[in-house]
Design a protein around this ligand. Structure first.
Ligand code: HEC
Length: 227
């Protein structure tokens, strides 16, 4: 009698365990197939790791000018072509203690034309990336108005900063004059045209051959001497 009860209990337990194992197997096989690696168990990829490339609908931008100075446009009487270095030099040497941001300055362009320009065009060059060759940073990306971070405490982002000069520790109103009386002896000229491999941001120099279009022809003799 006792044996019968025990058989029934063991039998029930065995059947129950077999049932559980069969059930797990059915779930496993239906999910994974007859395999031990269960690749199907990996989470489904709804997004590929590489973003889908959307075909460009606009023509690619022409960036060739960024590595090479643009070709000179056909000589026309209403534009002036000048080397960027000479253009900045013409502005720098035109500065007297009385000069303001609004004063025009004058230069002779590469074709010998008398031309007139204003400070904003010189400032634009300090703000322009790639001026000194492909991937060169704009001067103002380092020499910004925030003197606590600007290298050499030099702000090239505004007239006042350029005039105030460099090395203005603790925001001193006046620092080292970067314009110089003699343009080619000035700090600005030196740091523009001479590559300085050891100074970050100055690995590339501005070639005196880099031509820009700036200013406009000026009728009559130039009011001031130009370099
Ligand atoms: C990547 C940052 C960076 C860029 C961009 C940069 N400079 Fe500089 N510049 C420096 C550093 C760094 C120094 C050296 C600071 C020092 O000696 O304490 C320096 C020094 C100078 C100095 C000398 C100041 C002095 O008193 O010694 C001048 C002038 C100058 N830069 C002008 C320019 C001009 C003009 C441009 C753009 C054509 C330019 N910099 C772009 C980082 C930069």
């Amino acid at each position: 009698m006792n044996d019968d009860v025990r058989k029934i209990i063991y039998g029930t337990i065995t059947v129950f365990l077999l049932g559980v194992m069969a059930w797990i197997s059915i779930i496993y096989v239906s999910a994974c197939g007859v395999t031990l690696t269960c690749n199907r168990g990996a989470p489904r990829v709804d997004r590929t790791p590489i973003p889908t490339l959307i075909p460009a609908t606009l023509p690619a931008q022409d960036v060739s000018w960024q590595s090479e100075p643009p070709a000179a446009p056909p000589a026309s009487s209403d534009t002036c072509r000048v080397s960027a270095v000479n253009f900045i030099g013409a502005w720098a040497t035109s500065q007297t203690p009385k000069s303001t941001e609004a004063d025009p300055f004058y230069f002779v362009d590469k074709d010998g034309k008398n031309c007139e320009a204003n400070f904003s065009e010189a400032l634009a060059l300090f703000n322009q990336p790639n001026l000194r060759g492909a991937d060169s940073l704009a001067c103002t990306s380092c020499h910004s108005g925030d003197l606590t971070v600007a290298p050499a405490q030099l702000d090239l982002s505004a007239f006042a900063g350029i005039i105030a000069g460099s090395r203005r520790e603790a925001n001193k109103p006046k620092g080292v004059n970067i314009l110089g009386g003699d343009w080619k002896a000035s700090l600005l000229y030196d740091f523009l045209v001479n590559a300085k491999p050891n100074i970050p941001g100055h690995e590339q120099a501005l070639s005196p051959e880099t031509m820009i279009s700036a200013g406009k022809p000026f009728a009559g003799p130039l009011p001031t001497a130009t370099p």
